[in-house]
Design a protein. Structure first.
Length: 274
């Protein structure tokens, strides 16, 4: 009879081998902001994978009576039995409502990093899968700044455009900036044809936003100022629980109404709705 423990061990992705990761980062360009970001993320991901692997292997041994069941393993066993995430796993990782969702996210995060490091930079990024999404956006700002002679980082600000496409429709990366998928609108719906906010449909809690093109503009240049008065500055949160800790950044969403209309409705974007 195969335990959940064994099943997880089998599904757990292989380790990111430090020298392989390093070689790929060198090949990509070790000093480029996006590659520095990728390296930091993979290091954190590997710590999580390593923690989970050792814990599951030790649990097997403890259940077989080969090693003594310590407090850490007892906690892991109790939590797993209740479909909760063991505390030692949660420490360096991400919150999730159940162990199943948490483990699926581990697989999805690892898949994105694996493609990025061993194949090519993704055309569309799943920002939800990053430990430090702010760091991702900062790296992108640095990348854009470096591509323009005479731009200074402190006057380069984030800007964005919601595309009409979903992830499946994207075939090429943008010339500048990044495409991001996997965000959900909370408190409004989206008029895809006109790329604008629309009233929330009855009983529909969350609406998937099409791919958003996030880039950077130079505030110091005359054309760099943002003029449209009907842009709603929409906060992005990691989770449905909106706190300073889950806040990532704000993006501009087009609208026919004044921004106040959406402020009253507390409209936000969420990276994760589970």
């Amino acid at each position: 009879e195969e335990s959940e423990d064994d099943e997880m061990l089998q599904k757990l992705p292989p380790d990111f081998v430090p020298h392989e990761v390093k070689a790929r980062i060198q090949k990509y360009g070790a000093l480029a902001p996006m590659n520095i970001f990728l390296k930091q993320e993979i290091d954190r991901m590997q710590r999580v994978i390593g923690t989970v692997r050792i814990c599951l292997q030790d649990l097997k041994l403890a259940i077989d009576g080969t090693i003594i069941m310590n407090e850490n393993l007892r906690d892991a066993l109790d939590n797993m039995y209740d479909a909760r995430i063991p505390n030692s796993w949660l420490k360096g990782s991400w919150e999730s409502s159940t162990l199943g969702f948490w483990f699926t996210e581990l697989l999805e995060r690892t898949a994105q990093f694996t493609v990025w490091i061993f194949q090519a930079r993704p055309k569309v990024f799943w920002m939800t899968g990053f430990f430090n999404p702010q760091g991702f956006l900062t790296a992108m700002r640095q990348e854009v700044t470096r591509a323009h002679k005479g731009w200074a980082l402190d006057s380069v600000v984030l800007f964005n455009e919601v595309t009409k496409n979903f992830k499946e429709d994207i075939t090429t990366a943008p010339n500048e900036g990044v495409y991001v998928h996997g965000l959900f609108l909370d408190g409004a719906s989206w008029d895809r044809k006109n790329a604008k906010l629309a009233e929330q449909a009855p009983k529909v809690l969350f609406v998937p936003l099409p791919v958003i093109h996030m880039f950077a503009v130079n505030n110091a240049s005359p054309g760099g100022k943002i003029k449209d008065p009907n842009l709603y500055m929409c906060p992005i949160y990691k989770k449905p629980r909106r706190t300073d800790l889950t806040f990532i950044t704000s993006v501009f969403l087009r609208s026919t109404q004044q921004p106040e209309h959406w402020i009253m409705r507390a409209v936000a974007l969420l990276c994760d709705i589970k």
